[in-house]
Design a protein around this ligand. Structure first.
Ligand SMILES: O=C(CO)[C@@H](O)[C@H](O)COP(=O)(O)O
Length: 236
């Protein structure tokens, strides 16, 4: 059983007002914040690192922080970096709740999952569009989440690749109770494909942060995911 989760990608936010931008989408119904970390090597772009995540953590406390009255969120860190092993401890320290590494970036995916979990946070693995889904079959039982990229990683605002949906279907068939995330080009027009295929964690940058009414976009996407999960008997 899984829940619908919408994770706005902060890459599409106004970085000069990052805290307020995050509060805006959390107040509009976002469950997680998706934090795209790019190193200029694994992908041809550079985004943000630990100092920004640490600052954001002060503005957006952890979900289990009962003392703060600020809007809270789960930090879903998507590490588009080479040698992801090197960054686990730093990102745990600056406030990550989940560390998603790329299957293509490591020689020892299972060892990395164990390392991440040994720090007490959740471990997830992403695959690029050209990577076959079956690389995740053995790793799946050890993962908290699998991420099927629906664009080439590196940039926001790209076109959703509907041809990735058979990967999502295959993962949902094998792992009915696992969080399955899709990332890239998701919005009101494309969510029906992802929801039907069985994705339950939806990353959406441009469509949420540039919307006149982010709450409407988030609730539409959650509604689509809920309906499809319910039809499969998997809605938590
Ligand atoms: O990881 C990435 C891109 O590499 C994504 O998280 C995008 O940032 C999603 O942006 P939109 O396609 O929703 O604008």
């Amino acid at each position: 059983m899984v829940k619908p989760i919408v994770a706005p990608s902060i890459l599409a936010s106004d970085f000069a007002n990052l805290g307020c931008e995050c509060h805006k989408v959390i107040n509009a119904g976002a469950d997680w914040l998706h934090i795209d970390v790019m190193d200029g090597h694994f992908v041809p772009n550079i985004t943000l690192g630990q100092p920004i995540v640490a600052s954001l953590r002060k503005a957006v406390p952890r979900v289990n922080d009962t003392e703060s009255t600020k809007p809270k969120a789960f930090f879903d860190c998507h590490m588009m970096v080479e040698e992801p092993e090197k960054w686990v401890a730093d990102f745990v320290k600056c406030g990550a709740d989940q560390f998603t590494f790329h299957y293509e970036a490591t020689k020892d995916p299972l060892g990395l999952v164990k390392l991440i979990k040994s720090h007490g946070i959740k471990a997830a693995c992403a695959i690029k569009p050209g990577t076959p889904v079956d690389v995740l079959y053995e790793l799946g039982p050890h993962l908290d989440m699998a991420l099927v990229m629906t664009v080439e990683p590196g940039f926001g605002g790209q076109k959703f690749m509907v041809e990735m949906m058979p990967k999502v279907e295959a993962l949902r068939a094998k792992f009915p109770n696992m969080n399955i995330q899709v990332d890239g080009g998701l919005g009101k027009e494309t969510i029906p494909h992802a929801a039907k295929a069985g994705a339950n964690v939806i990353v959406a940058g441009t469509s949420v942060f540039t919307a006149a009414d982010p709450a409407d976009v988030i609730s539409f996407m959650k509604g689509q995911v809920s309906e499809n999960l319910a039809a499969k008997g998997l809605l938590d």
